[in-house]
Design a protein around this ligand. Structure first.
Ligand code: PEP
Ligand code: MN
Length: 446
């Protein structure tokens, strides 16, 4: 499944193949960096991760929906108040559209504060006859096409920690400091979308909510919950050097937890059952997810359930399927049927992005909004037909007005160059994200 060479990883004295790990240039520097990381405070607490597991248990039981989103790859330069706020506002708006439109609680999880490492389909990149290591995310190397920039530098792991800490600080301030309260719902809309259909539709929704809030206040109803929001962070747990260094023992239970984020997921390229990633994930107490592409088999899904959730705890394991619009209706039913028949309790989430990527004639990697929507529709259809719960969406998005995915109501293939800013995969812009939320809310209600 994985074309890349693997490196050794030692777990309990056994060496296991670890896919997609950088060839760090300097082992002493790596040891120094991971030693430093191991002494630094964890970024999230085990109690918080447990709370997310409880929220995801409600999703697995069919009582809630999860919205997980953010950049494909965060960048160190992208750690600005504006950029982070933009993503948070977009996610809150989408969650509000889903909650209000479909009357369902929405668990909000950012793909941020740690999403700095990328698996690659090729270990190297060749341009004009020159071959260099592929860019693997800011946690590993830099995107510029020079030998120096592409050299994997372990000191970047420390910068990843700092960038994650700064982002998380803003997330915490934002979610509890008042601005994420429902009274501000109107302010989350960004000026550049107020003329678009999704933007206008959102303004109407914000008006409705304002009216409801005034009504509740007039009746004397006040609740702290209206002024704050519960928001969690997640990333692909790809770099085992980083994740292991930030693993902490929970003093309450003696159990190990990843301290780098509330939820970690295993990517499509690193989910080998005998590999180091599955081994690491089996040893931590956090809620975890596994990405399943179109070639994943039902037996593999059962093996993940047995291996990663042996006590069958609801909320512990989420399957994020990313089949592609053309295959989801064929591939998903077999997985869901067999996992359900086995009695394994999992949350099912749809990533409608990664199975729908193609390269435009301008050589931009892109995705069509219509394909994304069609995969989401297929996901709802399959679950409806089986009587199971379509548990949520996992999307790559930004709060900015970028032109990376084609469609919605304005970005054409010829427009991609206008604001193509992603460090890796193409993201939905603010308007496309909102549009997707409105459409998904309708599907939830159907
Ligand atoms: C990603 O989420 O950016 C990614 C690489 O996904 P996948 O592992 O599903 O290909
Ligand atoms: Mn991606």
């Amino acid at each position: 499944m994985n074309p890349l060479p693997t490196t050794e990883y030692r777990a309990d004295g056994n060496s296991l193949p670890a896919a997609q790990q950088p060839a760090w240039a300097d082992p002493d520097l790596l040891d120094g960096t991971t030693g430093r990381l191991a002494r630094l405070p964890e970024l999230v607490f085990a109690e918080e991760s447990d709370r997310l597991r409880e929220r995801l248990a409600a999703v697995a039981r069919g009582e809630a929906f999860v919205l997980q989103g953010g950049d494909c790859a965060e960048t160190f330069d992208g750690v600005t108040a504006d950029a982070i706020n933009g993503k948070l506002r977009t996610l809150l708006q989408m969650a509000l559209v889903l909650t209000y439109g479909a009357s369902v609680p929405v668990v909000k999880i950012g793909r941020l504060a740690g999403q700095y490492a990328k698996p690659r389909s090729r270990p190297t990149e060749t341009r004009g006859g020159v071959t260099l290591p592929a860019y693997r995310g800011d946690a590993v190397n830099a995107p510029d096409f020079t030998a120096a920039a592409r050299r994997p530098d372990p000191r970047r792991l420390l910068r990843m920690y700092e960038a994650s800490a700064a982002t998380l600080n803003l997330v915490r301030a934002f979610s509890t400091g008042g601005y994420a309260g429902l009274h501000h719902a109107r302010d989350w809309n960004r000026a550049f979308i107020t003329d678009s259909p999704a933007g206008r539709r959102y303004e109407e929704l914000a008006d409705d909510i304002d009216r409801s809030l005034r009504f509740m206040e007039a009746c004397g109803v006040t609740s702290r919950q209206l002024h704050a929001v519960e928001f969690f962070v997640s990333h692909e747990g790809l770099l085992l050097d980083y994740e292991r260094a930030l693993t902490r023992t929970d003093a309450r239970t003696g159990r190990a937890y990843a301290g780098s984020g509330h939820l970690l997921w295993i990517g499509e390229r690193t989910r080998g059952l005998d590999g180091a990633h599955v081994d690491y994930f089996s040893r931590i107490g956090n809620p975890i997810a596994v990405k399943l592409g179109p070639d994943a088999t039902a037996d593999e899904a059962l093996a993940y359930a047995a291996r990663l959730n042996p006590r069958n705890e609801p909320g512990r394991l989420t399957f994020v399927t990313r089949m592609g619009a053309g295959r989801i209706r064929d591939r998903l039913p077999g997985l869901v049927e067999k996992v359900t028949a086995d009695g394994a309790v999992v949350a099912w989430v749809c990533d409608p992005m990664h199975g729908n990527t193609f390269v435009a004639p301008s050589s931009h990697k892109t995705r069509r909004f219509d394909d994304i929507l069609d995969e989401v529709r297929g996901f709802f259809e399959v679950h409806r037909a089986l009587g199971t719960h379509a548990g949520g969406l996992h999307v790559e998005l930004t709060g900015d007005d970028v032109t990376e995915c084609v469609g919605g109501d304005d970005v054409l293939v010829g427009d991609l160059h206008r604001r193509y800013e992603t460090a890796c995969d193409p993201r939905l812009n603010h308007r496309q994200s909102l549009e997707l939320a409105f459409r998904a809310a309708e599907m939830l209600l159907d």
